[in-house]
Design a protein. Structure first.
Length: 474
């Protein structure tokens, strides 16, 4: 029963991303891409190609093929120098902060740029022999922007799609990057470029017009130097049924029961994010501290559990954030904890998906306050994980992509406004059951109409449409 191949039996699909889900006991710090794409691919007859997460001195290492969790994979290692320049350097010290509107954190170097281009070329070399004329190639995220260009250079004429999982910033931020015009030009090699939200779409369109003099042909189709491509928003989502099953199992599991025993009747607030400065956890801790200052009846009562698995540990900013959060967490507990109550449980590690979904289901409030986030799938996972008879309350930052779809049911906060977030937390903790149910239903309706399967189906259908139009106009 494969959703995509039923429709297009001869149409092969190659998905490409930097990181692929790890078969070595996924530790739970994989981010939205791995989760979303995995769910989509399990239903398709596709191959997923990417970095295997390992460092290897051999620049010519061949692809290893294996099956995992119902998906075929082809992966390869990269060298230490490539890891430093392509992954840590250009992807995570330059593009990541820039695309999250944080130019203050950009550490630009030409060496990083060279590594980025070199590894993208290497991806193209691995992919080229796998592509037949009817193979669709779907490239994911900021690590691989130039890949489409390199594939076209080796005369790959297949439909090429690209999806950006993180925000796309405004033109005036983008042009901080010395090579911003090249980067935008690489994107024009794809037939379809997908973004998370209408804001990201507007920003990319502006850039294409301002930097490359793109002609707007209507219906989201642009033309640059004779090449036509479409840009559109496809908010990524989750597998709702899968999330519900996992949450029920997780709650019943030994881990879920242990959490329950340790909390008792106290209300639980939860945050789950990779340890990343874009997630706003520092200000989130301050908002929680403010709640304990203001709402005396919550002392000895509310428990906040923040799960933050370490991420990108070679990047200086991440190491610094780690010690900042340790200090603030220690400060909050030192100030308010009592002999039988610890207000803040700060967990610097990941848990398996079932355990996390069980935690989400047991939490009265999810407090997700990124300073900027492409989507934030944890917000959607929290909603799907709830017990319909006793659902919890979602507090989501208005700077997360997910807030656009969930705003009619969630409490939408400004993560920079610490007093505001603290007030909202109080409101959430006091919210009556009827209101919680009503709000939850509104959010569930959204998730049920646009789940992960619609997401990949829509994207791939529009990719084919655009490719056909392009071939016809040549
Ligand atoms: O979802 C956004 C994302 O940046 C993915 O591209 C990435 O795989 C994930 O977060 C986790 O980050 P990393 O791969 O650097 O560990």
């Amino acid at each position: 029963g494969s959703l995509l191949s039923d429709k297009e039996p001869n149409n092969r699909l190659i998905v490409v991303s930097n990181r692929v889900p790890s078969p070595k006991g996924a530790g739970g710090n994989q981010g939205g891409l791995a989760v979303g794409v995995m769910n989509a691919l399990q239903k398709a007859d596709g191959l997923w190609l990417g970095w295997n997460g390992e460092i290897d001195g051999d620049n010519n290492a061949q692809l290893s093929h294996y099956d995992f969790d119902g998906v075929r994979f082809a992966t390869f290692p990269i060298t230490e120098h490539d890891h430093k320049t392509y992954y840590t350097g250009f992807s995570n010290e330059i593009l990541w902060p820039l695309f999250h509107y944080r130019p203050d954190k950009v550490e630009y170097s030409r060496e990083s740029l060279d590594g980025y281009l070199r590894v993208n070329q290497r991806f193209a070399r691995h992919i080229k022999p796998l592509v037949e004329p009817d193979t669709r190639v779907w490239v994911h995220d900021y690590h691989l922007i130039p890949l489409g260009y390199y594939l076209r250079q080796t005369s790959v004429d297949a439909p090429l799609g690209y999806f950006l999982h993180i925000p796309f910033p405004p033109w005036d931020v983008v042009r901080i990057l010395p090579e911003y015009e090249d980067l935008l030009r690489y994107l024009t090699s794809y037939d379809l470029i997908g973004l998370q939200t209408e804001i990201d779409l507007k920003n990319l369109r502006d850039c294409m017009v301002m930097a490359l003099d793109a002609r707007d042909l209507g219906d989201n189709v642009l033309e640059v130097e004779g090449r036509r491509f479409k840009i559109a928003a496809y908010p990524i989502s989750i597998d709702v049924n899968d999330a519900q099953d996992l949450a029920k199992k997780g709650e019943q599991s030994a881990t879920g029961q242990r959490l329950k025993r340790s909390i008792g009747d106290r209300p639980l607030v939860i945050g789950v994010d990779r340890l990343d400065y874009s997630k706003g956890v520092y200000k989130r801790f301050q908002a929680f501290e403010r709640l304990l200052e203001n709402a005396e009846h919550q002392r000895g009562n509310v428990v906040f559990i923040q799960i933050s698995p370490p991420s990108r540990t070679d990047v200086h900013e991440y190491a610094q954030l780690r010690s900042t959060l340790e200090r603030v967490a220690g400060h909050v507990n030192g100030r308010f904890a009592d002999y039988d109550w610890t207000p803040l449980r700060y967990l610097n590690r990941g848990y398996g998906r079932e355990a996390v979904f069980g935690f989400l289901r047991q939490s009265r409030v999810a407090l997700l306050t990124p300073l900027r986030d492409g989507m934030n799938l944890v917000a959607k996972e929290y909603v799907a994980a709830q017990d319909p008879e006793d659902p919890g309350v979602l507090i989501i930052s208005h700077l997360a992509g997910a807030s656009w779809e969930l705003k009619d049911g969630a409490l939408v906060c400004n993560p920079y406004d610490i007093d505001g977030v603290s007030d909202m937390l109080e409101q959430a903790l006091a919210m009556p059951l009827e209101e919680r149910k009503l709000r939850w239903r509104r959010m569930m309706d959204v998730l049920e109409t646009n789940d992960i399967h619609n997401w990949s189906q829509n994207f791939l259908a529009e990719l084919m449409e655009m490719k056909l139009a392009n071939s016809a106009s040549q």
